[in-house]
Write a protein that binds this ligand. Structure first.
Ligand code: ADP
Length: 595
């Protein structure tokens, strides 16, 4: 508490008024951002105003601009869309409209704005800030405000948060709403998978993204789709035959289901749209497969926000208020972004310009550049998808005499199988021989180990639990036998995917290296545990899925969230009770610790 006081000594919001609005297309998690701005603003002593219906409310004034209280944002964290309303506003595009908006803000003493929206909304906000002093001069000249009022409110501070399900904004790894949209897509894919498995079908799935292929690409990664089409990477000439070849190859591999994911804005090398119907006709004509088209549409915007979006938006909202408190008259408008696991502030207009550059690059068919401009995480996703979905023929593989053993250790965690699949396929692509160990260190000591091939891990991405089998047993008691198995199979590297026992287990194996030369090989652990308690990692595989299971409003009700801010650290504690409200079933610290 002492630290918190010190931190806020220089960051008081007393005497300041903050307006918060949501603008443009709605996205799940916008409410969490609004809530965080309101509560953080009130916490630091500022007045916070809701501006209803986006810029239209700012232009129209009246009841559209209302002071918010701590309680007014209760129970909105888990609500989809935006409770304060969003709109597209023609008036704000005009000078006259912005003049009216300025008058409404000055009359209420609001000189700080948190704008939650897409690049259009943020561009509008920046323009408003640039025009601000001119607008105030006009209002003084027309006698609508006094000179004194103009001087008191001479600087307008703007901070943006990107709410967009498309993840189409440069400078941030994730925009608010994208993760929830991905959840909706994966729910549909999972549902489709059950029906398609029974009938041997091909599904062509269209997801949102008129200009950005993020949702299509990442959902293809998440469900191990056979083919993906996105605007940033139009397929090369002859793609039709390649795609059909891949589909028939996968069928021959006993895969009963083919999934093709198409972004709404998918195009070919000549910027001609590639539609779901075109793909369906192609598959039917060339392969005769039973093929169905599903267009997801607005379902992707619906439903409740995922745990990730709630937390992301909460952290961004808090950071946005801090940015406003720290702003001086010359501070340019900024946008709060996620970089790695850090909330950072970036110059708003640079990000907007970069975002527009991507579209320009695509229009001018500079596709490789467009992918680069999207950012490192987009490029990594694309490379990972290519690597994991296209099997190279043996003659193309590099030769290596490296044998790698993969095992799961600890309690099962969602995502373990996807991690094993990636490790196996990447290892094979590098020319190594991969060995699967069943039942953790215990199974290893008993010789439960055998070679695993590319096709063996097909369809593993969406499966829960551990298909290899996992145990908590630590290796210390079985070291001799494990070393023997390492020798028998000539294992040159060990990959352990698991929780805290995996971490302790590797420490035990390391300690035994002086006695067993077989253990003097590279050993790597990938943290996979719902407890998220592995030192050195912000986020373990499985933690996010566990949070979503808990966040499921049908089973649980969020009763209290306490955001404690101290120094530069923010810890968010969630306290949950079951729906009957009688007992606290779960109390834990989330995975986000510092930014
Ligand atoms: P998004 O914010 O999701 O990109 P839009 O591009 O439709 O959505 O923008 C939302 C609103 O932001 C517009 O209706 C308009 O009021 C405002 N806006 C967008 N671009 C500008 C601009 N260049 N100048 C002024 N206002 C703008």
């Amino acid at each position: 508490m002492q630290d918190t006081k010190k931190f806020f000594e220089n960051l008081s919001g007393a005497g300041k008024s903050i307006g918060v609005l949501t603008s443009g297309g709605d996205a799940q998690g916008m409410n969490a951002a609004v809530r965080a701005v309101v509560r953080m603003g009130i916490y630091v002593g500022a007045k916070v105003y809701f501006i209803h219906e986006g810029y239209q409310g700012m232009v129209d004034g009246g009841d559209n601009i209302k002071e918010a209280s701590w309680e007014s944002v209760s129970s909105m964290l888990q609500v989809g869309g935006t409770v304060i309303g969003s709109a597209r506003c023609k008036d704000f595009r005009t000078h006259e409209g912005r003049l009216r908006a300025a008058l409404n803000l000055v009359q209420r003493g609001i000189t700080n704005l948190c704008v939650i929206g897409g690049d259009g909304s943020l561009t509008g906000a920046n323009l408003f800030r640039e025009e601000w002093s001119g607008l105030l001069d006009e209002l003084v000249q027309s006698g609508q405000i006094s000179e004194e009022a103009a001087q008191t409110h001479s600087a307008l501070h703007i901070v943006g948060m990107v709410g967009s399900i498309d993840n189409d904004f440069c400078g941030t790894d994730m925009t608010i709403g994208t993760d929830s949209a991905l959840h909706r897509i994966i729910e549909v894919v999972d549902a489709i998978m059950t029906t398609a498995q029974s009938h041997q079908r091909t599904f062509v799935l269209e997801v949102m993204g008129r200009h950005c292929g993020y949702l299509a690409l990442v959902s293809a990664l998440a469900c191990g789709a056979d083919w993906v089409l996105i605007p940033e990477m139009p397929p090369k000439d002859g793609w039709e035959e390649q795609m059909c070849h891949k589909l028939s190859e996968n069928r021959a591999d006993k895969k009963r289901l083919n999934i093709i994911i198409v972004a709404e804005g998918a195009i070919d090398q000549n910027n001609k749209p590639i539609t779901t119907e075109l793909i369906k006709d192609l598959v039917v004509r060339c392969l005769g497969f039973d093929t169905r088209v599903t267009i997801l549409g607005h379902v992707q915007r619906g439903g409740t926000p995922s745990a990730f979006d709630r937390i992301l938006a909460s952290r961004m909202g808090v950071e946005a208020v801090l940015a406003l408190l720290e702003a001086s008259p010359g501070t340019p408008a900024c946008v709060v972004s996620l970089c790695g696991n850090q909330a950072v502030r970036l110059p708003l207009m640079e990000c907007v310009q970069m975002t527009q550059e991507v579209q320009k690059a695509m229009d001018e068919k500079r596709f490789e550049e467009a992918v680069k401009l999207r950012g490192r995480s987009f490029e990594n996703n694309l490379n990972t998808y290519k690597l994991l979905s296209h099997r190279k023929i043996d003659a193309e593989l590099p030769r290596s005499s490296f044998n790698v053993a993969v095992l799961n250790v600890g309690a099962p965690a969602a995502g373990m199988n996807a991690a094993v699949r990636s490790a196996v396929r990447v290892g094979i692509t590098e020319g190594h021989t991969l060995f699967a160990v069943n039942d953790g260190f215990e199974g290893f000591s008993k010789g439960q180990i055998k070679e695993i091939k590319w096709g063996d891990v097909g369809g593993w991405t969406g499966q829960g639990g551990s298909l290899l089998g996992t145990k908590r047993t630590l290796p210390a008691k079985h070291i001799d036998k494990i070393a023997e198995q390492m020798r028998i199979h000539n294992i040159n590297a060990l990959l352990v995917i698991g929780g805290f026992e995996a971490y302790l287990g590797l420490l035990e194996l390391q300690a035994a290296r002086s006695k067993h030369a077989e253990l003097c090989v590279p050993m790597v652990m990938v943290p996979a545990t719902v407890s998220n308690n592995i030192p050195g990692s912000d986020l373990s595989i499985g933690a996010d899925t566990a949070l979503n299971a808990i966040t499921d409003v049908r089973r649980h009700t969020l009763v209290s969230e306490c955001v404690c801010v101290y120094g530069e650290k923010i810890k968010i504690f969630f306290l949950w009770v079951t729906q009957n409200g009688s007992s606290v079933t779960w109390l834990r610290k989330t995975h986000f610790k510092t930014f």
